[in-house]
Design a protein around this ligand. Structure first.
Ligand SMILES: [Zn+2]
Length: 228
């Protein structure tokens, strides 16, 4: 739901006016940083990304969402020799953790969860945690694998595919309201940065034979896709 930002402030040199909508706010942030970094008439793509441009994207996420950079969970450095540079992002896929019930809400608990997931993925010879973003039950969005690198979350469909994972097992539990709000916000920002149409917002089960992201989360993703 759009709501006006009743404030007058400067963000990265852009003056925000009283009454701007949330969408205008995000667009201003991105135009001030990410979108203008791309060639005219072309959406920003991670393949264009030099570190500085991605820094601006992540800064926009920090301003718009309850976003935690990788340093907040003390992730291990990626093993770059196992990673592929990203190609332009055109779709995104939502997953669940799919293991035990996860009711964790404290930052320290979540950080430990994400560290464990990264360790498990690296044991399986991945170069880093497989997903670009993780959303917890409290609605925080955590940075996973850098968008500079292709994800490793859907066999044969990783090119140009942003990977988002929600902590929990949604065959057995409901996603929290805050978690769905965090997911909505993240997808909204990503869709304004990358040319990802609504009908390319997928659940893992749309692209592979799997229960992921779970029967209690999937209807929300289906709604996001049809809402446009
Ligand atoms: Zn999955």
């Amino acid at each position: 739901m759009a709501h006006p930002y009743v404030m007058n402030m400067s963000v990265d040199g852009i003056k925000l006016k009283t009454g701007w909508s949330r969408r205008d706010f995000v667009r201003a942030l991105l135009l001030g940083g990410v979108a203008m970094a791309a060639a005219p008439g072309r959406a920003f793509a991670a393949s264009d990304a030099k570190g500085k441009d991605l820094t601006r994207l992540y800064a926009a996420l920090v301003k718009e969402l309850n976003f935690c950079r990788k340093s907040a969970w003390a992730g291990e450095d990626p093993i770059r020799s196992r990673l592929r540079p990203a190609t332009p992002y055109k779709l995104l896929t939502v997953h669940h953790e799919g293991q035990h019930l996860n009711q964790h809400r404290l930052k320290g608990e979540i950080a430990a969860d994400i560290q464990n997931i990264q360790a498990g993925h690296c044991k399986r010879k991945y170069g880093d945690i497989a997903y670009h973003f993780i959303v917890d039950q409290a609605g925080r969005v955590w940075e996973g694998r850098s968008l500079q690198y292709q994800g490793a979350h859907v066999s044969d469909h990783n090119a140009g595919n942003v990977g988002i994972m929600l902590l929990g097992n949604f065959e057995r539990q409901q996603p929290s309201e805050q978690q769905l709000t965090g997911l909505n916000g993240l997808v909204g920002v990503l869709r304004q940065v990358f040319p990802i149409p609504a009908d390319r917002v997928y659940g893992h089960c749309d692209l592979a034979q799997t229960l992921c992201p779970g029967a209690r989360l999937y209807p929300h993703i289906a709604r996001m896709r049809t809402a446009g």
